[in-house]
Design a protein around this ligand. Structure first.
Ligand code: FE
Length: 228
């Protein structure tokens, strides 16, 4: 079987949030999709080890923010590569509370949905939560992020808990001259491309990056990078 065939499936990039009592959390997901239009229903696949899974399981509600194309990597890293068990992911993030009481993240969002779970399917490592859209709003006409754009243009990486994660894929694709990989999240520094968002011009060798530079995805220190 050629697992690469699965990479050809198209996805978007979303923040999925939920609550447990007064506690709020959210995570990045690429597997949000509409199931029916009458009534409007959607589904999302969430890893059972994620805190958001626990919250959806208990409160039976979630909110989805559809991310815009130029969402910064560190925003995606905050929701995708850190755990709500360690940090308050919503601290300093703009969000609102509405019908489901799940936090609706409005930063970098082109639209959002609020969902009440009606069905769930146990898929081993993941649960598919499906439910009815009880409210939705478009916030801006900006272009939304596709998963392909995130990988190809933003050079984003996939956390181990994502449904589409493939363990062997990363190093093989990434290996090459002068490249260094973040040992925390897997993001690869390519000297040809630099890190313009982080102030590192294309053509800068890794060795010449200032010591206070951090991984643009997960915020890990420069010392957490290894040559590949
Ligand atoms: Fe990183």
């Amino acid at each position: 079987m050629d697992a690469k065939a699965l990479y050809k499936i198209g996805y978007g990039l979303y923040v999925v949030t939920s609550r447990k009592g007064e506690k709020l959390n959210g995570q990045i997901a690429n597997t949000v999709f509409q199931i029916t239009s009458e009534p409007p229903t959607v589904a999302v696949s969430i890893n059972k080890s994620n805190l958001t899974w626990e919250y959806i399981k208990e409160s039976r509600v979630f909110a989805v923010s559809v991310l815009r194309q130029d969402t910064p990597l560190d925003f995606i890293g905050r929701f995708g590569f850190k755990s709500g068990r360690d940090i308050d992911k919503l601290e300093g993030i703009n969000y609102k509370i509405d019908q489901t009481k799940a936090p609706i993240v409005t930063d970098n969002a082109v639209s959002y949905l609020e969902v009440e779970v009606t069905n769930e399917m146990d898929m081993g490592t993941h649960t598919i939560f499906a439910g009815r859209v009880v409210d939705a709003e478009v916030l801006t006409d900006e272009v939304c992020m596709t998963y392909d754009y995130y990988h190809q243009i933003k050079r984003g990486v996939t956390p181990k808990t994502a449904p589409s994660y493939v363990a062997e894929e990363k190093k093989a694709e990434a290996s090459g001259s002068g490249k260094y990989q973040c040992t925390v999240c897997g993001w690869v520094y390519d000297p040809e491309l630099g890190d313009p968002d982080g102030g590192i011009a294309p053509g800068t060798p890794f060795e010449e990056i200032p010591d206070d530079w951090v991984c643009p995805v997960c915020g890990a220190a420069k010392s957490k990078f290894e040559k590949i």
